[in-house]
Ligand binder design. Structure first.
Ligand SMILES: Nc1nc2c(ncn2[C@@H]2O[C@H](COP(=O)(O)OP(=O)(O)OP(=O)(O)O)[C@@H](O)[C@H]2O)c(=O)[nH]1
Ligand SMILES: [Mg+2]
Length: 240
C-alpha cells in the first residue's frame, strides 16, 4: 500500500527545491530558501497561560490536533514552562535552571511533565511534527510559577499573542485579575489577548452569558478589548 502525504505549502516548497537542485537552478534554489527562512522567521509566538487545572494542556492538544500529546488530569502538574515547536520528529528536552539540557525519550513526555521539578527544571522543550507548528511556536506557562515581574516581562517580550485560559467554574481569581492588569494590559496590550473561558460544558447553559458579562465588566475600563472565547477544550465524555 502506498501512503499519500498531505500537500502543504512546505511540501510544495520541498518539491520545488528538489527540482531546482536537479536542474542546477541556483536562483530558484535561493528563492525557495529565502521563502523558507521567511516562513520560519514569521512564526506566531503564542503563549497559553492560566491557573493550574484551567485546561491549558487540553487547549494546546486541541490546537495541535493531538489529544494525547500533553497529559491532562485533575491533579495539578508542576508549574514548569513548556515550549512546543516544530520538528521533523518528536524530541523532548529537559532544560535545567543550571543551563543543562537532557534529552528524554519521546514516550516519556507525559511522565516528564507530570513529574517535572519546579525547583530544578527551567522548562520542557518539545519538538513535534505537527503542521500547525510550522507557523506557530507555543509556550505554556502557569500563573502559579511564582515568577518575578522581570521574568514575566521577559516571557512576554518573546510573545506575539496570548491565550489566557480561565476555568469557568472559578472565574477571575486575584491572581488572574492581577496578571491581566499588571502584565497583559501593560506589556502586551489586550488587543493581542484572547480570554478563553474554558470548561463551559460544566456550567448550566442559562448561566454562561452571565460569566461572559462578568469578564466583560472586569475588562470594561480598558481601552483595547481582548477577544472572549467560550470553550469546552475537553469533551466531558472523553477520559485520558
Ligand atoms: N469538563 C471539562 N473538563 C476539562 C476541560 N478542559 C480541561 N478539562 C479537564 O480539567 C483537568 C485539567 O485540565 P488540564 O488540561 O490538565 O489543565 P492544565 O491547565 O494544563 O493544568 P496543569 O498542567 O495541571 O497545571 C483535566 O482533567 C481535563 O481533562 C473542559 O473544557 N471541560
Ligand atoms: Mg497542563
Amino acid at each position: 500500500m502506498t501512503s499519500v502525504s498531505p500537500v502543504t505549502a512546505s511540501s510544495i516548497l520541498e518539491e520545488i527545491e528538489t527540482i531546482a537542485l536537479e536542474l542546477n537552478e541556483n536562483e530558484l534554489l535561493e528563492s525557495v530558501r529565502a521563502i523558507r527562512d521567511h516562513n520560519q522567521a514569521a512564526k506566531l509566538r503564542l503563549l497559553v497561560v492560566g491557573a493550574t487545572g484551567s485546561g491549558r494542556s487540553a487547549l494546546v492538544n486541541l490546537l495541535l490536533g493531538d489529544a494525547g500529546l500533553l497529559p491532562r488530569s485533575p491533579v495539578p502538574k508542576p508549574a514548569v514552562g513548556v515550549e512546543i515547536r516544530h520538528g521533523e520528529q518528536t524530541e523532548v528536552t529537559r532544560v535545567g535552571k543550571d543551563g543543562t539540557s537532557l534529552a528524554v525519550a519521546p514516550d516519556q513526555i507525559r511522565s516528564l511533565i507530570m513529574n517535572a521539578d519546579a525547583a530544578r527544571d527551567e522548562r520542557v522543550e518539545i519538538h513535534v511534527p505537527c503542521d500547525v507548528l510550522r507557523t506557530c511556536d507555543v509556550r505554556i506557562e502557569s500563573l502559579e510559577a511564582g515568577y518575578a515581574a522581570g521574568k514575566w516581562r521577559n516571557v512576554l517580550a518573546a510573545i506575539d499573542y496570548v491565550a489566557l485560559v480561565l476555568n469557568a467554574g472559578a472565574l477571575l481569581s486575584e491572581a488572574e485579575r492581577g496578571f491581566i492588569r499588571e502584565y497583559l494590559a501593560t506589556d502586551i496590550g489586550l488587543e493581542r489577548v484572547a480570554i478563553v473561558i474554558n470548561q463551559m460544558d460544566l456550567v448550566p447553559e442559562e448561566e454562561r452569558s452571565s460569566l461572559v458579562d462578568l469578564v466583560r465588566t472586569f475588562l470594561g475600563p480598558y481601552q483595547s478589548q481582548p477577544a472572549i472565547i467560550e470553550l469546552a477544550a475537553r469533551d466531558a465524555s472523553f477520559e485520558d
